[in-house]
Write a protein that binds this ligand. Structure first.
Ligand code: ZN
Length: 191
């Protein structure tokens, strides 16, 4: 096992370094020397960079959470992001929580997409309060799932609540394809 870093470089500094915002010379040299010798912080830099890539993809698409493809999910995992997956079949209620190490929460919603090409995902909180709505999400039949990703940092802000997720066919007809419940618990489980 790798020894734990005794003087971890702060996330802020790692991000600046990654974005090349650190002044040339001393601060950069010091970070580079540390990273060269420290597997712990190098790994954190790798995960931060991967998370920023995912976040900027979502933000570029005008959303903080969104639908990701299997390919992007695989890429996140390959990049070392800690992805927590919850998989739900229609009608299922699943308890969910964020663990300290999580980077991204992905909810896989299964449904029969044989008759549709695109779906609408609606997420509502307590008292039917709208939480998120994603329209015209293209679906591919062989997958039979929609992957909804939210950064763990966002989910950590949520109080304990029940989230109702509904998949319906996109367009005027709006046939319901599946409804799912996430029972979110705000208390952090032991790592
Ligand atoms: Zn270190």
């Amino acid at each position: 096992m790798m020894p734990q870093c005794q003087a971890p470089i702060p996330d802020r500094t790692l991000l600046d370094y990654w974005a090349r915002d650190l002044a040339d010379g001393d601060p950069t040299d010091r970070v580079e020397e540390h990273l060269f010798a420290c597997g712990d912080c190098s790994e954190r830099l790798r995960r931060l960079a991967a998370l920023v890539t995912v976040l900027s993809t979502l933000v570029r698409q005008g959303r903080i959470s969104g639908i990701v493809s299997r390919a992007l999910l695989n890429r996140m995992q390959r990049d070392g992001l800690h992805v927590r997956m919850y998989s739900l079949a229609p009608g299922e209620t699943v308890p969910c929580a964020v663990f300290p190490d999580d980077d991204v929460i992905v909810t896989a919603l299964q449904a029969d997409f044989s008759a549709v090409e695109a779906v609408t995902l609606s997420v509502t909180g307590p008292g039917d309060s709208p939480f998120s709505q994603l329209d015209h999400v293209p679906v591919s039949r062989p997958d039979g799932e929609v992957l909804w990703a939210t950064p763990a940092a966002v989910v950590r802000q949520l109080p304990s609540m029940r989230l109702q997720l509904t998949l319906a066919s996109a367009g005027a007809t709006r046939v319901e394809l599946g409804s799912y419940v996430l029972e979110h618990s705000a208390s952090t489980p032991p790592a």
